[in-house]
Design a binder for this molecule. Structure first.
Ligand code: A3P
Ligand code: EST
Length: 285
């Protein structure tokens, strides 16, 4: 498959084929009972999607295995050759729906705000996101060629990657969290104390779950369990070459240390200070 260039939608770079379905995304009618999972790419979207899916099935892993995670939680703005678009799937789906998006606050369809939908946002530290995103660009055709790691890191800092600037994304939802029904989570907290974060999600969804069910959810959402589960690891998804880099790659904190050179790190820290100077949002790296 070729690697189409990114296109601009409302000033945001987006995967080429996604731009072709943009009118339907913009017109999308959210409902008050939709649950939106929003993230900047590579921040733990699939992980929190699986947690939500298992909460809805009361920890029934067999029920959750009835479809791949990208089918059970459709991706709103997804569109591509020989793929049904996210909007097409969602418009036919039973309610209540769980919807995945990578759209930043200023590009998210207005109906999500009008309906005051519940939003689960997951943020991950910028350096690990950049590394994970680089490997994802390499393995998921449909992204432009990432070039070398150094070239990709520069594009990432410029916001010239699909879904734009990391900093605007994480700050946008952070600033909106109090006026909206948003649960703002951090990937690093999910790694450190997954049970605590699973309980936060279930309380947010107003689901009372027994300790036994919570333990099951914990087991089935571990990195190894998801990596080994063909329904969770994207091995059934087209346009991805897992021999280049698996979708479930490392699932750790601080892999940036094996990728950033000293000078890349200095440059990134300077960029980061500027981008994050005007916010109380902070990350563990
Ligand atoms: P790495 O590339 O750093 O390994 P997304 O789902 O938003 O695309 O994010 C993918 C990232 O989340 C990948 O990071 C992937 O390994 C990690 N991930 C997915 N499931 C996970 C889990 N259960 N535990 C920890 N990390 C997980
Ligand atoms: C991008 C981000 C993400 O979290 C998931 C996916 C799945 C759908 C993928 C897309 C993506 C990357 C680009 C594609 C697309 C399907 C067609 C396109 O080529 C692989």
């Amino acid at each position: 498959m070729n690697r189409p260039a990114l296109q601009l939608v409302r000033g945001m770079p987006i995967i080429g084929p996604f731009a072709e379905n943009w009118e339907n995304v913009e017109r999308f009618q959210a409902r008050a009972d939709d649950l939106l999972i929003s993230t900047y790419p590579k921040s733990g979207t699939t992980w929190v999607s699986k947690i939500v899916d298992l909460i809805l099935t009361n920890g029934d892993a067999e029920e959750s295995r009835k479809g791949a995670i990208f089918e059970r939680v459709p991706f709103l703005e997804c569109s591509g050759p020989s793929l049904p678009s996210g909007t097409e799937i969602l418009n036919k789906q039973d309610f209540p729906r769980v919807i995945k998006t990578h759209l930043p606050v200023d590009v998210l369809p207005q109906s999500f705000w009008d309906q005051n939908c519940k939003i689960i946002y997951v943020a991950r530290n910028a350096k690990d996101v950049a590394v994970s995103y680089y490997h994802f660009y390499r393995m998921a055709f449909g992204h432009p060629d990432p070039g070398t790691w150094d070239e990709f890191l520069n594009s990432f800092m410029e916001g010239n990657v699909a879904f734009g600037r990391w900093s605007s994304h994480v700050k946008g939802y952070w600033e909106k969290r109090r006026q909206t029904d948003t649960l703002y989570l951090f990937y690093e907290d999910m790694l450190q104390d997954p049970m605590c974060e699973i309980q936060k999600v279930s309380r947010f969804m107003r689901k009372e779950l027994s300790d036994k069910v919570l333990e099951k959810i914990l087991t089935h959402t571990s990195f190894q369990a998801m990596k080994n589960n063909p329904m969770d690891n994207y091995s059934t998804f087209p346009f991805m070459d897992h021999s280049i880099s698996p979708f479930m790659r490392k699932g750790i904190l601080g892999d940036w240390k094996t990728h950033f050179s000293v000078s890349q790190n200095e440059k990134f820290d300077e960029y980061y200070q500027q981008e994050m100077a005007n916010t109380d949002l902070s990350f563990r790296m």
